[in-house]
Design a protein around this ligand. Structure first.
Ligand SMILES: [Zn+2]
Length: 403
C-alpha cells in the first residue's frame, strides 16, 4: 500500500460509510418497513455492515424498529425497521403568480406545517413579496424548532427559469428578472446555516410525483405542469434532469407548427399558443380568467365548444409529447396543474397521438395519468428536494441539530 493510500484510507472509509448510510435510508424509504436481512439481501451490503448502519440510523433518529411481530423465527428476532419522521424535515416554499405557500414535511412525507396566502404577487414590489414569504417561512421554522425537528434545508419554487446554481433568471408571469431568491429569503430569515435554493415549479412538481404521487416507483417520466403557461419536469434514472444549465423542460415552447401563431417568447407555433389556459378558455367561449374549474364544469355539462377546445388541446399536447417519447423514451407522463384538472378530456387525445406517432409505441404502453396533488405539487416537491441531502449524507442531521 502506498503511503498516500494509507493517509487517505480513513477519509475514504468515512465517506463510504456516509454513502452506505444513505443507501440503507433510501432503501427503507422506497420499500417500506424491512428487516435487516432483507436490506442486506436487496442492497448487496453484508449483514454485519447493515446491522451497524441500521444501528447508527436508529441512534440518529432517522429509522426506528417497527411494532410488527415476526412469526416463525427462533429466539428474539430483530424487528423490521421503518422511517422515523420526528427528527428532520424539509422546508418547501412557493412564490406563485397569485399566492404564496409554505409546507414543512418530515422524512415520511407527513406535513409538519402548512400555510397558504392568496395574494397577487404581480403587483407587489419584490421586497414586499420576500418580507411576506419570510414571515411564512419563520412560522414553519418556529413550529419545527418547538417540536424538536431539525430543518434540512429550504427550497423555493418559482414560475420561471432557474439556473443550475439555483438563481432565478426570469419569471415572465411575475415580471421578475435576475432575482436572487435564496439570498433575499436568507436576509429575511436572518441568514443562519439553513441551505436555501430556488427551483422551477415544474421540476418541483416532478419531484413531488416521484416522492408521493402518481410517479412513485417510476424512474423515468415527464411531469407536465399547467400553470399560466406550460412547463415540464423531466426525471431520468430517478433524478431530475435539468439540462446542462438548468433550462430544460420548456415543453410550452416546443414547436408544434413552424408557421403558427406568434408566441410570447418570440417564436412561432409553440405549444403554449394552443394549450395555455387563456387560449383554451377563449376557444371554449369563456372569459380569460374564468379558470380551469369553469371549463371543466362546461365540459361535464357536455358543452360542445368546451369539448372541442379540450379535444384540440389534447391533440396538440399529444403531438408535443409524442416527440418527447421519441426523444427520451419515458415510462409515463403525469399531467398536473390546470391541465391535470382537465385531464379526463385531454388524455384520450394525448394517447391517440402517442399511439400514432411514437416509433416504439407498440412495444410498451405509456402511462398517461393526472396528478392527484393539485395546486400543492410544487410545494410538496420543494420539501422532497430539501430532504434529498439527508439521503446523500444522513449524518448531517447530527450537525444540523447543534444550534
Ligand atoms: Zn414560445
Amino acid at each position: 500500500v502506498a503511503p498516500d493510500d494509507l493517509r487517505s484510507a480513513p477519509a475514504n472509509q468515512r465517506s463510504v460509510r456516509r454513502h452506505n448510510l444513505g443507501v440503507v435510508l433510501r432503501h427503507v424509504a422506497d420499500r417500506g418497513p424491512r428487516s435487516r436481512a432483507a436490506i442486506a439481501q436487496d442492497t448487496g451490503l453484508n449483514k454485519t455492515t447493515v446491522s451497524s448502519l441500521v444501528g447508527e440510523l436508529i441512534a440518529i433518529g432517522l429509522l426506528r424498529e417497527t411494532e410488527i411481530e415476526q412469526r416463525g423465527t427462533v429466539g428474539r428476532p430483530a424487528l423490521p425497521v421503518e422511517l422515523a419522521g420526528a427528527r428532520v424535515a424539509g422546508l418547501g416554499l412557493e412564490i406563485g403568480v397569485d399566492y404564496l405557500a409554505v409546507r414543512a414535511a418530515d422524512l415520511t412525507g407527513a406535513a409538519r406545517h402548512s400555510a397558504h396566502a392568496a395574494v397577487d404577487n404581480r403587483g407587489r414590489a419584490v421586497g414586499e413579496v420576500f418580507e411576506h414569504l419570510g414571515e411564512l417561512a419563520r412560522g414553519a421554522l418556529d413550529e419545527l424548532a418547538a417540536a424538536g425537528v431539525v430543518t434540512a434545508g429550504g427550497v423555493v419554487g418559482v414560475p420561471g427559469l432557474v439556473d443550475s446554481d439555483g438563481r432565478l433568471l426570469v419569471a415572465p408571469n411575475l415580471g421578475w428578472t435576475g432575482v436572487a431568491v435564496p439570498e433575499l429569503l436568507a436576509e429575511e430569515l436572518g441568514s443562519g446555516p439553513l441551505p436555501l435554493r430556488a427551483e422551477n415549479e415544474a421540476n418541483l412538481g416532478a419531484m413531488a410525483e416521484l416522492w408521493e404521487g402518481a410517479a412513485r416507483g417510476l424512474s423515468d417520466f415527464v411531469y407536465v405542469s399547467g400553470e399560466l403557461g406550460v412547463g415540464a419536469g423531466i426525471v431520468i434514472g430517478g433524478e431530475l434532469y435539468r439540462g446542462s444549465r438548468g433550462f430544460g423542460g420548456e415543453l410550452g415552447h416546443v414547436c408544434i407548427d413552424a408557421d403558427g401563431d406568434l408566441c410570447a417568447c418570440g417564436s412561432r407555433g409553440c405549444v403554449e399558443t394552443r394549450v395555455a389556459l387563456d387560449n383554451l378558455l377563449e376557444r371554449a367561449g369563456l372569459d380569460r380568467g374564468a379558470g380551469a374549474a369553469a371549463l371543466a364544469e362546461r365540459a361535464e355539462a357536455g358543452d360542445e365548444r368546451a369539448l372541442a377546445a379540450l379535444d384540440t388541446a389534447g391533440h396538440w399536447l399529444g403531438v408535443a409529447l409524442a416527440d418527447t417519447f421519441n426523444l427520451l423514451d419515458p415510462r409515463g407522463v403525469v399531467i398536473g396543474g390546470y391541465l391535470g384538472r382537465l385531464a379526463d378530456w385531454l388524455v384520450p387525445g394525448i394517447e391517440d397521438e402517442i399511439a400514432g406517432r411514437v416509433l416504439a409505441a407498440k412495444w410498451g404502453d405509456a402511462t398517461i395519468v393526472a396528478s392527484a396533488l393539485g395546486a400543492e405539487a410544487a410545494v410538496r416537491g420543494a420539501c422532497a428536494l430539501a430532504l434529498r441531502r439527508v439521503y446523500s449524507d444522513p449524518a448531517i442531521v447530527v450537525a444540523l441539530a447543534i444550534p
